[in-house]
Design a protein around this ligand. Structure first.
Ligand code: NI
Length: 172
């Protein structure tokens, strides 16, 4: 297993629309293991393949406190969206930024699991929010795009400043 590099906003690769997985085999299963390890090591509750620069429709989620309840969604399709919930979201690709986003409060999703078997899942609250956030990533959308243009510009300025701090200049 290995920890993968997570793309940080703004990065055009976060806007690539991911393709469906046509065969769930060893390559996809290795990707899932690496994505899970990457998500756990970054203390995230969800990660989409898009965020690790793999443009296939694969999502890992774990909203449990014990960090041992991994949910894998391959080729997820929303079958139903109901109600609305306003909650504070964050994203491993937008470090240090949290803001209110409105989503559907109850969803039905159809997907394949890590073995390639189809399943249906009903989700509410945080899990519903998380699945919608991750499906957005697969569609090339980052949650800050729901915020006002002014807020988005401030976020990009803030992130550029932080990233300069993280990667000091080197002379070789
Ligand atoms: Ni995210």
């Amino acid at each position: 297993m290995s920890i993968l590099n997570i793309l940080k906003h703004p990065d055009n690769r976060l806007h690539i629309v991911a393709k469906s997985v046509t065969h769930v085999g060893e390559v996809t299963q290795q990707l899932i293991k690496d994505m899970a390890e990457t998500m756990y090591s970054a203390s995230g509750i969800g990660l989409a393949a898009t965020q690790v620069d793999v443009h296939e429709r694969v999502i890992v989620i774990d909203i449990s406190n014990t960090r041992d309840d991994l949910l894998v969604l391959i080729n997820p399709e929303l079958q139903l969206k109901e109600g609305s919930i306003l909650s504070e979201e964050g994203c491993l690709s937008v470090p240090g930024v949290y803001d209110q986003v409105e989503r559907s409060d109850r969803i039905m999703v159809k997907a394949l699991n890590a073995e390639g078997d189809e399943f249906n899942l009903e989700a509410t609250g945080l899990l519903a929010v998380c699945i919608q956030h991750e499906i957005d990533h697969l569609d090339g959308k980052v949650f800050v795009e729901y915020l006002s243009r002014l807020k988005q510009e401030r976020i990009i300025k803030k992130l550029r400043k932080t990233q300069r701090g993280i990667y000091p200049r080197v002379s070789i």
